[in-house]
Design a protein around this ligand. Sequence first.
Ligand code: FAE
Length: 547
Amino acid sequence: MGHTTMHDDNPKGVSRRRFIAGTGSILGVVTLTGHAMAAQQPAAVAAGPITPGAHVPVLVIGTGYGGSVAALRLAEAGVNVHMIEMGMAWDTPGSDGKIFANTTSPDYRSYWLRTRTKQPLSNFLGFPIDKDVPRYTGILDAEEMGGIIVYQGRGVGGGSLVNGGMAVTPKRENFGAILPSVNADEMYGTYYPRANAGLGVGTVNPTWFETAECYQYARVGRKHAQRSNFPFVFVPDVYDWGYMEQEAAGTVPKSAVAGEILYGNNYGKKSLQKTYIARATATGKVTISALHKVTSVSPASGGGYTVLIDQLNTNGDTTTTKTVTADKVFFAAGSVGTSKLLVKLRATGALPGLNSEIGKGWGDNGNVMCGRANHLWDPTGTVQASIPCGGIDNWAAGGAFAEVAPLPTGIETFASFYLSITKNPNRAQFSWNAASGKVDLDWQTAWKQPSIDMAKTIFDKINAKEGTIYRTDLFGTYKIWGDHLTYHPLGGAVLNKATDNYGRLHGYSGLYVIDGSLIPGNTSVNPFVTITALAERNIEKIIATDL
Ligand code: FAE
């Protein structure tokens, strides 16, 4: 039941079909305008692809936060950088004139090499809502590891293409538990501010927020939080808040207000394509090869490293295998991508000198989702901006920080929906499975229970106060907790364990890790600002001492 109802509405004499989808995702709304709009083009990516036999000074594996920071700062220091990205460039409109598909109408662009969608919110009113899609190198990977589905962005920009843009600097009092070997004064004095500036972080205008139709759900979330004595905080975001106000007013093409998020935002969101990567390519020193996947890194006989790369077509097949050499290699393939590569390379003899910390310390940032059923006098609104702007902070007392998220239906659901980040202590390990020739993760489904217990410190209390109950129809039939997934994989090559205190891999000079795999499993808030700030800190040291 992808589409439950449909009706026409004609606000400005333009015929618009408004689909009311079941729920496309956790974070989308459902209005889909039928008239074509020109898609906003991101900054053009410098031309690749890398040529077989090439020698490059620096090769960066992956184009997410860590990789983009490394590329920009190295280029500014005068170093030529080649970035290798397994996903697509996402700079060309599809047949509908847009680069990205709407969350409410997933198509071939939406999933990484799947023939059926794997939506985070799998059911609505108890009915499954996934549907068949053509296999394609789409933007969102729902990677099924042992006991957990790990959602990741694929393409130039990594997770910034698909995420909610929530850009949260952890409270300083929590930092010691996040990255114990890192100087907090330096992070809060220099690198967090640098990261926030580079990412273009902003906050919703609190005056506009009070009356915006598309944030009624957040105001209801605030009211319920405050009536149970929980602090409600505005959550900063890289979304262009001025654009948000304009789209809500109907003066520009809609993006967040139309539900775009999980499969990309055509307007409004400042993904890395528009920030770090645009600045990096503008130096003229950074080249990007999209649809290229690194499969091996090993010491080269003449010094440096031999890197094996598969060039992919949009069906995911390898069309060419390339061998190149690089003086230095930065692993920035994300927590799962970097961990899988390093575990494989250590086990199969390409990098046997990596230490025993490789693959360890992986966590899910304690992600768990739930919905609450509100009373009929407490509507959350039919139009809900896909970009959350507020959260409930019960970290100190209950180990949970809950974002008030939109629930995408397009009809009034009288539901409040939340993504909680919790202090889940469980850590999993990646290991090489010689029989399957793949890397396994030993996460156990039961390990989400601490997260559920922590989220309940907020929502049991709110339910008791409001006289409400949990929704049971969103993750299956009679299932309250969305405890099957994470959006925030962290760890696997932990700082000061698998690497030195700046991301240099033990055992090999010239090999670095510079992404979320450095962070041991939890950041107390959404992770990308911390990933970016840590990358800023580490690359500054590496440029000063290693180049
Ligand atoms: P990442 O951004 O994942 O980039 C790694 C890149 O490497 C990807 O583009 C891969 O395709 C590529 N790659 C992997 N393996 C290879 C290979 N072998 N060869 C070549 N390329 C490769 O890494 N975080 C927040 O802070 N706020 C949010 O609101 C938020 N919402 C999210 C919503 C969703 C749906 C998802 C999936 C994530 C969300 N996150 C959010 C998490 C955030 O996007 C994530 O922590 C960062 O993107 C991780 O950054 P990295 O640089 O570690």
